[in-house]
Ligand binder design. Structure first.
Ligand code: SF4
Length: 437
């Protein structure tokens, strides 16, 4: 989502006459768009801001003023603290108010230290300018479109409800218009994104509430779209209609990123995930019944407060039961202000490291097995860019794997049927059987 937000901020800056600079040293305006999910985010940002303060000083001495903006979830979480710790910052803007960037920049011309950390989500989407076709064309054939933001789930470990605010969905028409502009600029694949994307509940042009399955069906009808994806989903919002969309909508990729976080019901309850392991496995079974070739990926947290060896073993059991194509696993780390940060039973770091290594080894084994099983299969690949070697093009399979194949540059932007002939550490090799479009 930060990639999408950064592009939209670039669109806003373009309206103010800015062009994208080739190097940070050449930039009159620098926006750090921050994430707060990973550990030590604030330390990294303050260290980066120290370097940018020095750059700003050098440029000022050379008569080239610089405006320094901190945006994103860390800006939302830290607010005025950023200005206190680094006075060289001119503007602090949260993820739900960056549509006001032009007016904030104007305010920063007359006074230093402008802050905006409001939550006007609907206002943001209605006021953002249309994405620039020339910028979109440069960005390639696959694009993100934010359809939903914020989250009401309040998982005990997560900062998102505090930094992105309550769930809000964009209207169907606005999403379709944006997808239409993207396809006109050459985009073929769109990933519909939201912190809790399958909680989507936007209004259509007739004022009726539409769920994510309805939005996907409408997006699939936009001329030029050849592949749709969505992320990230919560198990509790996997409706029957959404499962059926994987059966009925040809352009919807057979890939579902469905975070589970833990395979222990006790830990899931403590995380306030509001579902149990059986619920999750039931969704996996229903999705596989609807679309037998569907692949799964997930997110896992190990070493959550109170996690015992038995809880961790239950996570390994769940991974073995599902069989993932790829996944992300992290050690639990406390986020200030979240309930889990204050919980009794914080797990020793040595234990967390050991559990993470065991889980990652199993997930890696499954990833390799999944990739290996693709050999000799024919997959639809959307070619996105030239490869490192001449005469080579690179694209993505329906399962997000990078696929390299011999082919002319004219294949970029085309969907092709590709026979998989080999597996590398992080990619597949294929032979184009027939360009399909
Ligand atoms: S559903 Fe996802 S975004 Fe929402 S609180 Fe839980 S982990 Fe965070």
């Amino acid at each position: 989502m930060n990639v999408y937000d950064s592009q939209r901020m670039a669109d806003l800056a373009a309206l103010e006459g800015f062009e994208e600079a080739a190097a940070v040293e050449d930039a009159d305006l620098i926006v750090l768009n921050t994430c707060h999910i990973r550990e030590k985010a604030s330390e990294k940002i303050y260290s980066e801001l120290g370097k940018l303060r020095d750059l700003k000083d050098e440029r000022r001495k050379a008569g080239r003023p610089t405006t320094l903006v901190v945006a994103g979830c860390l800006a939302q979480a830290e607010g005025a603290e950023i200005l206190r710790r680094q006075p060289a910052v001119d503007v602090v803007v949260g993820p739900q108010s960056y549509h006001r960037l032009p007016e904030l920049l104007r305010k920063a011309e007359v006074r230093s230290g402008v802050i905006d950390t409001d939550f006007p989500v609907e206002e943001k989407f209605s006021r953002l300018p249309a994405s620039r076709p020339e910028a979109t064309a440069k960005r390639g054939v696959a694009a993100f479109v934010t359809v939903q933001e914020g989250c009401d789930k309040f998982c005990s470990f997560c900062v998102v409800p505090y930094t992105r605010g309550a769930e809000a969905s964009r209207p169907v028409g606005a999403v379709l218009d944006e997808i239409g502009r993207l396809t006109s600029a050459g985009v073929r694949e769109v990933m519909l994104i939201g912190q809790n994307v399958n909680a989507y509940h936007g209004l259509d042009r007739a004022g009726r509430t539409t769920d994510l399955a309805g939005l996907i069906a409408a997006a699939a009808a936009v001329p030029g779209i050849c592949r749709l994806r969505y992320a990230t989903s919560h198990p509790n919002d996997m409706s029957e209609d959404l499962v059926a969309a994987h059966r009925d909508i040809e352009t919807l990729a057979p890939h579902l990123h469905l975070p589970v976080q833990s395979g222990s019901d006790r830990i899931l309850a403590s995380m306030n995930r509001r579902h149990c392991v059986a619920d999750y496995l039931d969704i996996v079974a229903r999705a596989r019944a609807a679309r037998p070739d569907i692949a799964f990926s997930s997110d896992f947290i190990v070493g959550y407060p109170g996690e015992t060896e038995a809880d961790f073993e239950a996570t390994l059991d769940l991974v073995r039961a599902v069989g993932y194509a790829s996944s992300y696993a992290f050690k639990y780390s406390a986020r200030p202000g979240t309930p889990a940060a204050e919980m009794y039973g914080q797990v020793d770091e040595v234990v967390k490291v050991a559990r993470l290594a065991r889980l990652q080894a199993l997930l890696e084994e499954q990833r390799r097995a999944f990739n290996g099983a693709c050999v000799s299969r024919r997959l639809e690949v959307l070619f996105e860019r030239p490869g490192r070697h001449e005469g080579q093009v690179v694209g993505r399979s329906p399962y997000m794997q990078a696929v390299y194949a011999e082919g002319p540059l004219s294949f970029v932007g085309a969907l092709a049927e590709v026979e998989i002939i080999g597996v590398g550490p992080n990619s597949l090799r294929g032979r184009v059987v027939s360009p399909t479009s």
